[in-house]
Write a protein that binds this ligand. Structure first.
Ligand SMILES: [Fe+2]
Length: 302
């Protein structure tokens, strides 16, 4: 057999081998029927591309209050060799999760694509990315950033709320448009990836990404990216708190977070309050049941 054909077949099997074909075939059909009945608007844009910047939908006063209460100032953050993250759940977050424009859009998207509601996969996180390396020097074996092209858990969906302008001078997620129903995984040759959505945004925007699609963190270190991150799935792959305790990787991220935020004592105080709020919450929508389990995550932070 011609070696070019052999190569093409090998590549096809390697890239298809990572995907659940039945799931993605059904998703393709659901998307087709959704596009047939949906006129212009955010739902259509999301279904077409797999990603959207839903602009100006979060109350600026809430975001400014978080920035002030948690001391989220660039001067308090040191560049480091991986993401910094803290659990981020309080009364404002609960109200955004239950009643916001992005929650409505996400619900519509899941109902149309999967015939079910989105389920929070883990407790929300505040994520700060301020890399001390340039993207070209990134090594997936030694650096703790998701900067290679990849896909996440099947049906995973991520929402980012920027707490600072996200543009070409800070780390941002690159997303290959219309790969969220692809039967193939990302190719090894990243030059072959075209039609990219760069998740730039401002405070009050919600960046919404169906991360069944191919994506990578593009590392830029002129200023940090600060955002609140929500992760959802159909309810599969809930990130439960492991009975044997957090992994070494998770523990080293917590250590890195404490070491690279100079005002960690202020944040720790907020986390103590948040822990009590989450633990004592009496009425909780089953879509958010993971929060009670993930309360144990706070032990390592406070
Ligand atoms: Fe990812």
């Amino acid at each position: 057999m011609n070696s070019l054909i052999k190569k093409a077949i090998f590549r096809f099997y390697r890239e298809i081998g990572t995907r659940d074909l039945v799931f993605f075939f059904k998703k393709k059909l659901a998307r087709k029927s959704l596009l047939k009945k949906t006129l212009d608007g955010p739902l259509r844009e999301l279904a077409e591309n797999g990603a959207i910047n839903y602009k100006g939908i979060i109350d600026k006063d809430i975001l400014d209050r978080w920035i002030s209460e948690y001391g989220l100032d660039v001067s308090n953050i040191t560049p480091s060799e991986g993401n910094l993250a803290i659990p981020f759940f309080n009364e404002d977050v609960l109200s955004i999760l239950t009643d916001s424009k992005f929650a409505v859009l996400l619900d519509n998207y899941f109902i149309n694509m999967y015939r079910c509601h989105p389920v929070l996969q883990c407790i929300p996180n505040l994520v700060i990315t301020y890399p001390n390396i340039v993207h070209e020097n990134f090594d997936s074996k030694t650096n703790n950033f998701p900067a290679n092209w990849h896909t996440d858990y099947v049906s995973e969906f991520t929402v980012h709320l920027p707490l600072i302008s996200i543009n070409s001078s800070n780390t941002h997620t690159m997303y290959a448009k219309n790969t969220h129903t692809s039967l193939l995984g990302p190719p090894r040759n990243e030059q072959a990836i075209r039609n990219i959505f760069r998740s730039f945004g401002e405070k009050t925007d919600a960046l919404m990404l169906d991360v069944d699609g191919w994506h990578q963190g593009r590392l830029e270190g002129s200023s940090p990216r600060i955002m609140v991150q929500f992760k959802y799935t159909m309810g599969n792959d809930l990130l439960l708190h492991p009975t044997e305790g957090l992994s070494d990787k998770a523990l080293s991220q917590i250590k890195r977070t404490k070491e690279n935020l100079s005002n960690y004592c202020v944040i720790k105080q907020r986390l103590k309050e948040n822990y009590l709020f989450a633990k004592n919450m009496s009425t909780l929508n089953p879509k958010f049941s993971i929060i009670k389990d993930n309360c144990k995550n706070y032990d390592e932070y406070i």
